[in-house]
Ligand binder design. Structure first.
Ligand SMILES: Nc1ncnc2c1ncn2[C@@H]1O[C@H](COP(=O)(O)OP(=O)(O)OP(=O)(O)O)[C@@H](O)[C@H]1O
Ligand SMILES: [Mg+2]
Length: 1032
């Protein structure tokens, strides 16, 4: 129930009554008291129309509900809807019949008093539907027990039975109630429905014997014939064909599409069993129905005396069977008429027959109601409260209005009086309760009309009684005369005779006109013939008929009551019943004559608004204040309009409202403050407030949204923050664990390294294994980057002890590789050069100064070309290939005179050449040796053998000493012939004679003949220079 209530609560705020004010231009106001021009019938109609167009069929006038028949299913009567309206303050939701029902129920429960809901309106306006909706509402929403379920079913099922017997198709309504009904629903102290009681009024008996074109008799006849079980029909002597029965064929519409006699029959049969009908009861009941049909088929013909005699006995036969009372007696009674003595003429005989049928049916209906009451009665004596539902015909006006209309309109007159009085009373009570000064409200009091009808001895009914019961011939006209005589001067009474010239035409000689509160109605006094069949019916063996026609009635001493008086009395007691209860009102309006959904017939509705006294009611309600609400409710809705009351007011609600309206600026004449409610006089004041509220709502919404979004944002932020912190913590944990692991690993590694280092020299074992491998790995990877790039680079990374051998091997491989690569890159010339250099190295390396500096200077092929040699010389050495030529300085062996010469080396000999002359030829074969000093000078001595043919050793000085000596050695193939001397050397001057050459270091280079006769060669000391150079 909880969630349902929440849901209902949500719906409620959505549908809030004042909430709909914003859409009032489209859907009108939900309460007519909020109409600005409340006296304007047009404004009233406009409002009704607007709402009707939007399918809003309900509108309030204060607490009165106006309902317009939608003639279509609106889907507003679901159980969900019932839940929405359950236990909700009357004004909190849009108008609905459930609100009326719930309000009555709630007040009944809390105040423990009795209520009634008066439903009125013209035929087809929706009264019966409304009363059914209310009954369903109670059935669904009231607490119940399994035991009470039976009562509930009976309450609900009493309706179809009563409708079958009391409703008929008329031109205005396919299911028209042809009787007035007042139904009490009894509730125990817990609010559970425990019983009921029904009063019926004025069943339209004439329908039993006569129907207008397009109308039907009561539904039950057709239901029985259409769907009655074969056995039953056979027993009743009926045929399943309505067209065979005189009482059913006059309207010529036994079948109607909107009525399903078959299923209705089933419902009725089921209902009868639920409502405690015994088989005998049912047998008798249908016996009565069959009797009526048989009666209708009785035909008379005139005998020779002009008396009516029955032509065919078969009906009588059946009559005797189904409501047995002795064939003969009944037969003659029907022929005899009223007193059962004097014979009747044919017209009166028909009349008597019809009267019998009507009486039987009418009383059976009353019996039926009583029977239902018996089953609904609650027998325990605890105190109960009741809600009465009065479904009664509204004001009726036809072209010709008979006595029946008179009764109906009189009834409405009374009810109107009740309504006005009770409304006024309620208003006054509310004012008193709220401590507001009572302002008398002017209104039309229709007591004067009620008196005209009902006053003892002076009223129309009394006059009618008198006239009917007076001995002697009573005619309709004598009754009219009597009326003129007694009430002729009454302001609301008129006959043709009393009327002025103008109105006279509209009143017939047999008419009288009453000015009802709702308008003028002209009644025709042509009455009914009053034949009495009671004697014969008292003798019936049909239980129901016997019960209905008690012999007591035949007692002549009792003055019988006329129908009018009976009705008046029942009305008086009804009014008494109602007066003792709290009222609620529902006024039903029929929107059009065609039963069409959506059609709003202005003329027809204006007429009903008038006859239902709605304008008058509105006037009374609006005379004081248009709007009233409990302080709490008013404050709750509008508190946002005043900064002092928004969002919370901490004082009392009344003070809050006072503060609020002061802020809004209500004028003193616009409102009154009661004890618990604020009263607002004009709708426009409320509308202005509502409009302001509507405007402020937008601002409020933005603020609330902002706040809410803020809250959401904050919540989200907190969530994210929490998540981030958690994440951070986790991540830090991960990092820390990683770090710890790393450190552990580091410690382990360091420890291993230390151990490895300590044991590094041991053979590979678990202690040093890793360390050694690491060292090896590191060395090798490092070595990769430090491999020598050239053959001359002697650097080599020092290897750890364990890799020394490997390192050596690697170094060798590397060197070999470098050398191989170097060799691959060497050209033929270069190779030749290098071969010469190798030889030069073998000769001079470490022996003669200046050699190191000379290494980088490549040897030339020759210093002079062949063209520089004198051709004569070339001629002379023809046949020998010149290999090398260089300019030299030759020193005489004796005087050491220096002379410029060319040294020409061929493949077989060396020539010292002066211009065109070969000064000396030295065959390589004879070459004894070559001498140079260890200093950096360019002097060389070529030694030859000491024989006479030879001239002696040649002393030469050349620029490129290393090159020249190397070439000479190579050509002579005498590398070992070179001697490098220190200090001095001896040379061979001539056979047997030797000379000396001294080599010294000095400042300046010079070659000269010293005093001692030696050739002295001075060279600046190159060692220091070399040193300086190498140092640099
Ligand atoms: N609230 C409603 N929703 C839908 N249809 C309705 C409603 N009220 C009445 N009707 C339709 O109008 C028809 C006539 O209604 P209802 O029998 O209640 O009229 P009534 O006022 O009781 O007339 P009468 O005085 O002839 O008995 C119904 O049969 C139904 O079709
Ligand atoms: Mg009805």
């Amino acid at each position: 129930r909880g969630s349902k209530q929440d849901e209902a609560g949500d719906k409620r705020s959505e549908l809030n009554m004042e909430g709909a004010l914003t859409a009032r231009d489209r859907v009108g106001v939900q309460d007519f008291v909020l109409l600005d021009s409340h006296t304007s019938e047009t404004a009233f109609l406009d409002n009704l129309r607007k709402r009707y167009r939007e399918n809003l069929i309900y509108t309030y006038i204060g607490t009165l509900l106006v309902s317009v028949n939608p003639y279509k299913e609106l889907g507003i009567y679901s159980v969900k809807q019932m839940e929405i309206y359950q236990g909700v303050n009357f004004f909190e939701l849009p108008p609905h019949i459930y609100a009326i029902a719930d309000n009555a129920y709630r007040v009944m429960c809390t105040e423990y008093n009795n209520h009634f809901i008066l439903i009125s309106g013209e035929s087809g306006a929706g009264k019966t539907e409304a009363s059914k909706k209310i009954l369903q509402y109670f059935a669904v929403t009231c607490p119940t027990t399994e035991q009470l379920q039976i009562v509930r079913d009976r309450l609900l099922l009493s309706n179809p039975v009563l409708e079958a017997f009391g409703n008929a198709k008329t031109l205005r309504n396919d299911n028209s109630s042809r009787f007035g009904k007042y139904m009490d629903i009894q509730f125990d102290f817990k609010g559970a429905p425990v019983g009921g009681h029904i009063l019926s009024y004025l069943i339209e008996k004439s329908r039993v014997v006569h129907q207008n074109q397009g109308e039907r008799n009561f539904h039950i006849f057709y239901q029985l014939l259409e769907s009655g079980e074969e056995d039953l029909l056979r027993w009743l002597g009926l045929e399943p064909a309505p067209q065979k029965y005189m009482y059913l064929i006059q309207g010529r519409c036994a079948k109607v599409s909107s009525i399903n006699d078959k299923s209705d029959w089933k419902t009725v049969r089921k209902a009868l069993s639920v409502i405690d009908f015994t088989d005998t009861n049912i047998e008798h009941l249908f016996g009565v129905i069959a009797s009526v049909l048989h009666l209708g088929n009785i035909q008379y013909e005139e005998d020779s005396n002009g008396h009516a005699i029955i032509t065919n006995g078969s009906q009588i036969k059946w009559l005797s069977k189904v409501s047995p009372l002795g064939r003969r007696s009944f037969h003659s009674d029907l022929e005899a008429g009223i007193e059962g003595t004097s014979p009747l003429n044919i017209d009166l005989a028909f009349c008597a027959r019809d009267a019998a049928a009507k009486a039987i049916y009418g009383r059976t209906f009353t019996w039926l109601v009583n029977k239902i009451n018996g089953s609904l009665a609650n027998k325990d004596l605890t105190r109960k409260t009741v809600i009465g539902l009065l479904d009664i015909y509204g004001f009726e006006v036809f072209d010709t209005n008979s006595f029946e209309q008179f009764c109906i309109n009189y009834c409405n007159e009374k009810l109107q009086q009740l309504l006005i009085e009770m409304t006024l009373k309620a208003e006054q009570e509310e004012y008193e309760l709220e401590g507001i000064e009572w302002e008398p409200i002017p209104y039309f009091n229709n007591k004067i009309i009620c008196d005209l009808v009902e006053e003892k001895h002076k009223g129309i009914i009394s006059i009618l009684d008198e006239e009917c019961l007076r001995p002697g011939e009573a005619t309709d006209l004598s009754f009219l005369e009597k009326l003129e005589e007694k009430v002729g001067d009454h302001a609301h009474f008129l006959t043709r005779k009393l009327a002025d010239q103008k109105t006279r035409k509209s009143i017939d000689w047999v008419d009288f006109r009453l000015l009802h509160y709702a308008g003028e109605v002209t009644y025709c006094v042509v009455g009914e013939c009053g034949l009495d069949n009671k004697p014969v019916l008292c003798k019936s063996k049909n239980g129901i008929i016997k019960e209905c026609f008690l012999p007591l009635e035949l007692d002549n001493r009792r003055r019988p009551e006329t129908v009018a008086t009976q009705f008046k009395n029942s009305l008086v007691s009804l009014i008494e019943i109602l007066m003792s209860k709290e009222p609620s009102y529902i006024r039903c309006i029929k929107p059009n004559e065609g039963k069409e959904p959506g059609k709003f017939d202005d003329v027809l509705i204006r007429h009903q608004v008038k006859y239902l006294g709605l304008m008058e009611h509105l006037r009374v309600r609006r005379a004081g204040f248009a709007y009233r609400r409990k302080y709490e409710v008013f404050l709750q809705r509008y508190k946002s309009l005043c900064p002092a009351t928004w969002p919370h007011w901490h004082g009392s609600a009344s003070e809050g409202v006072e503060r609020l309206i002061k802020h809004i600026g209500y004028k003193p004449e616009e409102y009154k403050l009661g004890r618990t409610k604020i009263f607002i006089r004009f709708p426009r004041t409320l509308f202005a407030t509502e409009d302001a509220f509507e405007y402020s709502k937008h601002l409020l919404v933005t603020r609330i949204q902002a706040k809410y979004k803020g809250c959401l944002g904050k919540r989200e932020y907190k969530k994210q923050r929490k998540a981030a912190i958690k994440l951070e913590a986790c991540w830090r944990g991960v990092l820390a664990r990683k770090e710890a692991k790393k450190r552990m690993w580091a410690v382990e590694t360091i420890r291993k390294f230390i151990k490895g280092f300590i044991n590094r020299k041991n053979p590979i074992c678990p202690e040093n294994d890793e360390f050694v491998r690491f060292v090896q790995y590191t060395y090798l990877t490092k070595l990769k980057d430090h491999v020598p790039k050239s053959v001359l680079d002697q650097n080599w990374l020092k290897a750890p002890a364990t890799l020394e051998e490997t390192s050596e091997l690697l170094k060798k491989i590397c060197m070999r590789n470098l050398v191989r690569k170097y060799c691959q890159g060497i050209t033929a010339e270069k190779k030749a050069q290098l071969q010469q250099k190798v030889i030069a190295s073998a000769i001079f390396r470490g022996k003669k100064d200046g050699y190191v500096q000379s290494i980088n200077q490549p040897f030339a092929d020759t210093r002079l070309s062949e063209t520089d040699i004198n051709p004569k010389v070339l001629q002379l050495i023809r046949g020998e290939k010149v290999k090398y030529v260089t300019p030299v300085v030759k020193y005489d062996r004796k005087g050491f005179k220096a002379r410029e010469r060319q040294l020409v080396l061929t493949q077989s000999a060396a020539y010292v050449v002066e211009m065109a002359k070969i000064k000396q030829k030295i065959d390589y074969a004879t070459l004894k040796g070559i001498s140079t000093s260890n200093l950096s000078d360019g002097l060389l001595v070529v030694h030859v053998p000491e024989d006479s043919k030879q001239k002696g050793d040649a002393i030469l000085h050349c620029e490129h000493i290393f090159e020249t000596v190397t070439k000479l050695c190579m050509l002579a193939n005498k590398q070992n012939a070179v001697s490098i001397v220190q200090g001095s050397l001896q040379f061979h001057v001539s056979p047997g004679k030797e000379g000396t050459i001294t080599f010294t270091s000095g400042q300046e280079p010079q070659i000269y003949k010293a005093k001692n006769g030696h050739l002295t060669v001075v060279r600046p000391s190159s060692r220091t220079r070399v040193l300086t150079f190498s140092q640099r």
